[in-house]
Design a protein around this ligand. Structure first.
Ligand code: AVJ
Length: 312
């Protein structure tokens, strides 16, 4: 972690990975974000699941193995488990602790469900256990988590999922859509300042983990839409000229210098369908709200050979 953080802070412009938001306090702040008036994403996606779960389940059929990428979406996965009734559930997460907790909590409510946790970095293709052979593999990646990947990384991720689920396998994925810039920017600049606290918490997390001395009142939260890139970008802007020590090294911030903390990519429907196609998926169904602010796509693995093999 020290090496990774110092690499980003030594770069020009400075950056850190958005994964540093998520210590215990950061996860609690994210939960709070999902309930904000301005943050329409979670609420919109949830209502799409509520309205269309039966349709989704019908399309997925029987004898399903559900593979969840990142195992932190307990409310959504429960709805899916109840309606799809999969034979097996494979949560994939980089954190063994999250996996164990999740498996334990689910076992209480779904005692008959076979759970096969896989501890892995899902930016790589994931090997699922032999026990699920013969079942239709269905990936699940809700919440617009794909938004944290740049398009080239998203392509690589989807290609890995396509490899894991195979032809005839599927991916159910939540995607935040392009829309009026004011709506996007308000979602990341809420009036109560919860997103600001969430952004600044990355510094508190680094302080605790790397014996650093970031002063949180020395930085301000910035979030704006980058139209060329098609993403919301979050930054922490230094309020003054200052020096911070981190894991025995010192890092200088000029006044108004920015530290880039997150990209959150937004997609047009056609853009996402094309991205999926480039990874060997056909968009079989799409569910969206009246304003088309958020979409859930059901992607189906093509039966043809994997495209893009030559560019790997
Ligand atoms: C969890 C990556 C989907 O991009 O909207 C929320 C994270 N950052 N507010 C998003 C986030 C600031 C969120 N994702």
């Amino acid at each position: 972690m020290a090496q990774e953080v110092l690499h980003g802070l030594g770069s020009e412009p400075k950056f850190i990975s958005p994964k540093y938001f998520y210590d215990a306090r950061g996860s609690a702040l994210f939960e709070e974000i999902t309930e904000l008036d301005e943050y329409y994403l979670t609420r919109t996606e949830m209502s799409l699941f509520d309205a269309h779960l039966e349709d989704m389940a019908g399309r997925l059929g029987e004898s399903v193995c559900l593979i969840e990428y990142g195992s932190g979406n307990s409310r959504k996965i429960r709805k899916l488990l109840e309606t799809v009734s999969p034979q097996a559930y494979v949560p994939v997460d980089i954190s063994n602790e999250h996996l164990q907790e999740n498996a334990r909590a689910l076992h209480a409510d779904f005692p008959a469900l076979h759970v096969y946790p896989v501890c892995a970095d899902f930016t790589q293709p994931v090997a699922v256990p032999q026990e699920v052979d013969g079942l239709t593999r269905v990936g699940f990646f809700p919440g617009s988590s794909i938004g944290n990947f740049a398009p080239s990384e998203a392509h690589r991720f989807l290609t890995g999922v396509r490899e894991t689920v195979g032809s005839g396998g599927a991916l159910l994925i939540g995607v935040d859509r392009k829309k009026a810039v004011s709506v996007l920017e308000d979602a990341y600049n809420d009036a109560r300042g919860v997103t600001a606290a969430f952004n600044l918490n990355a510094l508190a997390h680094i302080n605790a983990r790397l014996q650093a001395n970031f002063e949180l009142d020395g930085f301000r939260h910035l979030a704006r839409y980058n139209a060329e890139e098609g993403c919301i970008q979050m930054f922490l802007e230094s309020r003054r000229d200052q020096v911070v020590s981190i894991a025995g090294e010192t890092v200088h911030f000029a006044a108004n210098e920015t530290l880039h903390t997150e990209n959150s990519y937004k997609y047009d429907k056609a853009e996402f369908v094309e991205l999926a196609a480039s990874a060997g998926f056909t968009a079989e169904a799409e569910w969206s709200d009246d304003q088309q602010w958020f979409s859930i796509f059901l992607l189906r693995g093509n039966s043809t050979a994997l495209p893009g093999a030559e560019i790997r």
